[in-house]
Design a protein. Structure first.
Length: 200
């Protein structure tokens, strides 16, 4: 795992940053999710391949709770390069989130699993598959029986300036960096105060 991945995960792991990203990308800056309503979820889940148990890890995974009720499970997957099989990975992560709700420990709670793919590439837009159908070769006769499955893809470097301005957390600096790099190939740091300073 590269240092950049660790830094992204570390910053996004803060509840104020996580809720800010979700509120801007999904709710146009409206404060639907409050940082106090988030709790950590294990990013690890298992699957079986070739008779062996394998582990898969999401980048950031949190529960959104309201009092004692779990409203949703939300996870981020960070990508700096395009991934051809990303829709398949998202399906797998989502399925693991729903599978966990079938366990005896879930108390019968049912809630949505929401996946956000944050793409940080700035040299070009995402050109790979965005849906299940785009990943598969489907005979025409079968197409109507294969449910399509899309992913919530956000191209951070291609956000509008107005969207970037909606961020209230340190993520505004991150988004601004990638937008500037896309537009000019250089970065001029703002005078914004950084709340979560990384210590090396």
């Amino acid at each position: 795992m590269g240092a950049k991945d660790i830094t992204e995960k570390s910053l996004e792991g803060y509840n104020d940053v996580f809720s800010d990203i979700v509120n801007v990308l999904l709710f146009n800056g409206e404060e639907v999710i409050h940082s106090d309503d988030l709790t950590e979820a294990s990013p690890y889940s298992n699957y079986t391949a070739n008779g062996k148990i394998r582990e898969q890890e999401r980048d950031i995974y949190k529960y959104w709770n309201d009092s004692q009720i779990r409203l949703a499970a939300i996870f981020f997957e960070n990508e700096t390069e395009e991934e051809s099989d990303m829709p398949l990975r998202v399906i797998n992560y989502d399925a693991a989130g729903y599978r966990a709700q079938l366990s005896s420990n879930s108390n019968g709670d049912r809630y949505p699993v929401v996946s956000l793919v944050l793409y940080y590439g700035y040299r070009h837009r995402w050109r790979k598959a965005r849906t299940l159908h785009e990943c598969l070769r489907i005979p025409e006769q079968f197409k109507k029986y294969v449910f399509d499955y899309g992913m919530n893809l956000f191209e951070i470097a291609y956000l509008e300036d107005e969207q970037v301005a909606l961020f209230k957390s340190d993520f505004r600096i991150v988004a601004d960096y990638f937008v500037q790099m896309r537009k000019t190939g250089t970065y001029i740091a703002p005078n914004d105060k950084i709340v979560h300073v990384q210590k090396c």
